[in-house]
Design a protein around this ligand. Structure first.
Ligand code: NAG
Ligand code: NAG
Ligand code: NAG
Ligand code: NAG
Length: 393
């Protein structure tokens, strides 16, 4: 099912997604009408559905960026500078940025969607699975307060916006920028620099201007929270910087790869998200304390050192997310799937918080014994097997 656009008139993004979703489902229906998997639910009832969720349900928007954009009137085309001031919730510096870089807004909307996908993928095996990001702009307290989870989401949002802008430079979608610089160092034997590098410096510059603007407004929010968000956004951009790598393409007689053309390109956002998840796991709790003439964020338990540029910081401890408690933004893990053989965070022990779990049988129908016929089609049979699965009590 496709999500209905929400709110009065629906948001531009919701509408966009609605359109995209309808398109995708029509394509899929036309192509693959038969269900690929049947499941026996915990109650024994058969559930049918594709074996992989083919496209994740896309919510509205993450944080600062989308807080504003999700309230955008549906008919807004975002192709004229007057549209910028109709975007609710943008701070004036963002409106200014919108006016002078209108074409950037589409890239930012794209980044917003990427944030949600990357966040859910990175946290699929955790008790907190990033599902609440879909509730934007009405966040629960898990993302509203200065928690570890909000630290991650701010860092990822900042990285995603800069990532999307740098990539848009490469694909020529933005008139304001072009390919990144040719590196000063030699590319190694057999290689030569070529192609179009992602313009990271432009992405970082413009991304920071847009992401950080709300934290620089004087009147809103607590100073500690703003400092925390600014810091974590910078950590996100640092992770993005660290993801710049050499990418090469082979040339030469019939793929001999005697010459390679190389350029500096960014890793995928999901790889940046994986890096940030590592930093989330070792994030540092901080307090807002006077140091010298001004107040700074300093590690709570170890206040003899300043906060490191590479670490995510948070002000408030999170609940354990075991039980449902809306007041602290916890959905609980009841009915979440767990993995009996895993020793990680998705293990039944950890996921279910010791409450135990219910097994159920999943009947998986797959294509099998596939044969290729000359020329050119494939025939398959359908095979059925059962797998044990577990959900938390
Ligand atoms: C802006 O978009 C609207 C709707 O797509 C279109 O009717 C209008 O001509 C566009 N304006 C400009 C200046 O491109
Ligand atoms: C990267 O983009 C900026 C902004 O447009 C531009 O000034 C710069 O020349 C670009 N870098 C290169 C090497 O083209
Ligand atoms: C994420 O957690 C929520 C709340 O426990 C649950 O409803 C949802 O199904 C989970 N999503 C996934 C993909 O596991
Ligand atoms: C469960 O965890 C094991 C060990 O980590 C892994 O090999 C397996 O693929 C996982 N199973 C599922 C259904 O995710």
């Amino acid at each position: 099912m496709c999500p209905r656009p929400q709110g009065v008139g629906g948001g531009a993004i919701a509408l966009l997604e609605q359109g995209l979703c309808v398109l995708v489902s029509q394509l899929l229906l036309a192509k693959a009408p038969e269900p690929i998997e049947e499941r026996l639910g915990p109650g024994g009832q058969v559930q049918r559905g594709p074996s992989l969720s083919v496209f994740p349900s896309i919510g509205s928007c993450p944080l600062v960026v989308c807080r504003a954009l999700s309230k955008t009137p549906a008919a807004l085309a975002l192709n004229q500078t007057q549209h910028c001031k109709q975007l609710e919730g943008l701070v004036s510096a963002q409106v200014q940025l919108c006016r002078s870089n209108l074409e950037l807004m589409h890239t930012i909307v794209h980044a917003a969607r990427e944030v949600m996908k990357a966040c859910r993928r990175a946290f699929a095996d955790m008790r907190w699975n990033c599902s609440s990001i879909e509730l934007a702009p009405n966040y629960l307290l898990d993302l509203e307060r200065g928690t570890r989870e909000s630290a991650f989401v701010y860092a990822l949002s900042a990285a995603a916006i800069s990532h999307a802008i740098a990539r848009a430079c490469t694909s020529g979608d933005l008139p304001g920028c072009s390919c990144g610089p040719v590196p000063g160092e030699p590319p190694g034997p057999g290689n030569r620099w070529g192609g179009c590098a992602d313009n990271l410096s432009y992405g970082l510059l413009m991304g920071a201007k847009f992401s950080d603007a709300p934290m620089k407004v004087k009147k809103t929010g607590s100073q500690a929270n703003k400092l925390m968000r600014l810091h974590n956004s910078e950590v996100g951009r640092q992770a993005l910087r660290a993801s710049l790598e050499m990418k090469c393409k082979c040339h030469g007689v019939s793929g001999s790869c005697s010459i390679r053309t190389c350029w500096k390109g960014l890793q995928e956002l999901r790889d940046v998200a994986a890096d940030l998840k590592t930093r989330y796991l070792s994030a540092t709790k901080v307090v807002h304390r006077p140091m010298g003439t001004r107040k700074h964020l300093v590690p709570k338990d170890l206040d003899i050192r300043p906060v490191k540029d590479s670490e995510l910081v948070y002000l408030q401890s999170s609940p354990d997310f075991c039980m449902k408690n809306e007041k602290v933004g916890s959905h609980g893990t009841q009915d979440r799937q767990c993995n009996k053989t895993s020793h990680g965070s998705d293990s039944c022990d950890l996921m279910c918080c010791g409450r135990g779990y219910n097994p159920y049988t999943d009947r998986v129908v797959e294509r099998c014994h596939c044969k290729y016929h000359w020329c050119c089609y494939v025939t398959c049979r359908r095979c059925e097997r059962t797998v044990e699965r577990y959900v938390c009590k």
